[in-house]
Design a binder for this molecule. Structure first.
Ligand code: AMP
Length: 550
């Protein structure tokens, strides 16, 4: 619907500029912290839009970023889509051939690149015909010779701070993000204006990740990964202060930003919050008194992590999402009738992936194609649909056929839903361990192992076994100075008490680091491959405890 009646991003920035002209957008950079007000931010965004016009960018063209989280990157968040162009955020951690593939697939016209990431992009671009027609803009005041990149400050300099923002249709593509593609080529997911609008509005409900104008938000989740979970948009809709942690922040950087900027809401994968916990436990005194909420997602939030932050009066809000969902699907708020429940019950609920966000629908389908009951036990693959769930993959008709059914997105996540409606992810369809025809949740074992003192991280994979087809093996990253033998004994004894004996991993191996994908998720592929040629010996599960054969 034309004439400013459509669901688009434009009103969010308009409102923030009008109502909160003095509220700040802060960014950590290599040169120290930068500060802008919403009024200045809006001016710079308009200058960027004028510069893009002059560069010849037209409605529907794709403009890419190759950047960490900072204010200039945030300027592209409104400056690009509000003109009618499409913002493609590239994950700089991807291998070169994936970067070449997606720049070509997206037909990017310009790439905005951070100086610290320029060597990586230059290596991917060198001699690659995919980059033949791409122009580069360096995110800063200096040129980047190796890419022939004009400095951003020069690119926007001299342009007007007025821009006649067009009336866009809700269907206008506004964003583009590729899934990490651990197998096969990355798949593009387009975000239309109305998908981003509805995701923002749902995030702003009390059942989402709500923010107020008094909040100070700090997305640690990268802005190249599903728009930093939409936080920059949600925070603008609320008129909140933004704090961007800049290039490769470590726990000390995050601690300084939390203390000095008064961060109230932050968000990131569990590793980030485990890192901050270790930093504090290591003897660093950090004042967390302003921090109300950390949103944890992308991978399961271990219950021990939730409890540790609870003790410091910081609420861990566990959320589940996907690139295909812009990304929020469920958030683990406590339902009001659980507020009087005992602490263990509450933490148990909060450590599940949570309640479906208002506006979405889901169903859980078992191996026989039947919908499973909400009893917290029966499991199946989660299918989901709604206004901010993509309906197709970008230019990939064959993937559309595989991953969508009757308008539902097949998530590839295996879940249970309990009587209260809390969804719990028990595995990825491809990571489920099948032992003697019975099913073992690798995710549940991982969470149980990560709750042991002395375990920094753990992952469990199914490895081939002559007799049982597959058996679980645990890979553990031990904290410094831990007695490893005693730790293994502890874990094995504990798991034997808690789970059927055939769930207990046949081996616990120590590793220095859990291999991660470009989006920070555990990459089980490498570990599975490492173990593939040492198929486990027959009989590791005592006969009487073995599951029945199929
Ligand atoms: P991506 O599209 O890269 O964001 O990955 C989406 C996938 O990450 C989901 O399908 C889940 O398998 C996983 N994931 C996201 N959030 C969580 C969570 N809170 N707990 C467990 N896994 C998660």
């Amino acid at each position: 619907m034309p004439g400013g009646h459509s669901q688009t991003l434009r009103p969010f920035l308009w409102r923030a500029e009008k109502l909160y002209p003095d509220t700040e957008v802060v960014s950590r950079t290599h040169e120290g912290r930068t500060r802008h007000t919403y009024a200045e931010y809006a001016d710079r965004t308009a200058r960027l839009a004028n510069a893009l016009d002059e560069h010849g960018i037209e409605r529907g063209d794709r403009v890419a970023t190759f950047c960490w989280n900072h204010t200039r990157h945030f300027e592209t968040y409104f400056g690009v889509p509000n003109t009618g162009a499409q913002l493609h955020t590239i994950n700089p951690l991807l291998p070169d051939e994936h970067i070449q593939y997606i720049v070509d697939d997206a037909e990017d016209e310009i790439v905005f690149v951070d100086p610290s990431l320029a060597p990586k992009l230059a290596a991917a671009a060198e001699g690659a015909e995919e980059f033949a027609d791409v122009d580069f803009v360096a995110m800063g005041s200096a040129e980047i010779d190796e890419l022939d990149a004009v400095p951003y400050e020069e690119f926007i300099a001299g342009h007007s701070t007025d821009y006649d923002w067009p009336d866009l249709d809700g269907d206008q593509p506004a964003g583009l993000c590729y899934t990490s593609g651990t197998t096969g080529k990355p798949k593009g997911v387009e975000y239309t204006q109305s998908m981003l609008w509805s995701h923002t509005m749902a995030s702003q409900t009390p059942q989402g990740i709500p923010m107020e104008d008094s909040d100070v938000i700090m997305p640690v989740v990268p802005m190249f990964h599903v728009n930093a979970w939409g936080m920059p948009f949600t925070a603008t809709a609320a008129g909140a202060k933004h704090v961007y942690p800049g290039p490769s922040p470590d726990p000390a950087d995050l601690a300084a930003l939390i203390e000095e900027e008064g961060v109230t809401i932050s968000a990131g994968v569990p590793t980030v919050w485990l890192g901050l916990r270790e930093y504090i436990e290591g003897g660093n005194d950090v004042d967390l008194s302003t921090l109300d909420t950390v949103i944890v997602g992308g991978a399961a939030a271990p219950q021990a992590l939730i409890e540790w932050y609870d003790e410091r009066d910081v609420e861990v809000l566990h959320a589940w999402g996907m690139t295909e969902l812009s990304p929020i699907g469920t958030v683990s708020h406590l339902k009001s009738d659980l507020r009087d429940a005992d602490y263990d019950t509450q933490v148990n609920k909060r450590s599940k992936q949570g309640l479906v966000a208002p506006g979405l629908e889901f169903e859980v389908i078992d191996e026989d194609g039947e919908e499973v009951p909400w009893n917290g036990e029966d499991f199946g693959e989660l299918r989901i649909r709604g206004p901010w769930v993509t309906k197709e993959y970008f230019k990939r008709p064959e993937a559309n056929e595989e991953e969508f059914v009757d308008g539902w997105l097949k998530t590839g996540d295996v879940v249970t839903v309990d009587e209260d409606g809390y969804m719990q992810l028990v595995d990825r369809t491809k990571d489920v361990i099948k032992s003697g025809g019975e099913w073992i949740s690798s995710v549940e074992l991982e969470n149980a192992i990560m709750a042991y003192d002395g375990v920094s991280e753990a992952t469990v994979v199914g490895v081939p076994h002559e007799r049982w087809q597959e058996r679980p093996v645990a890979f553990v990253v031990a904290a410094d100075g831990v007695d490893r033998e005693a730790l293994v004994d502890d874990i094995e004894a504990g798991l034997r008490e808690e789970y059927p004996k055939w769930w207990v991993p046949d081996a616990v191996e120590f590793i220095d680091e859990v291999p991660k994908t470009a989006t920070g998720k555990f990459s089980k592929k490498d570990l599975r491959e490492r173990y593939a040629d040492q198929s486990l010996v027959e009989g590791s599960v005592p006969e009487e405890d073995a599951p029945e054969q199929e």
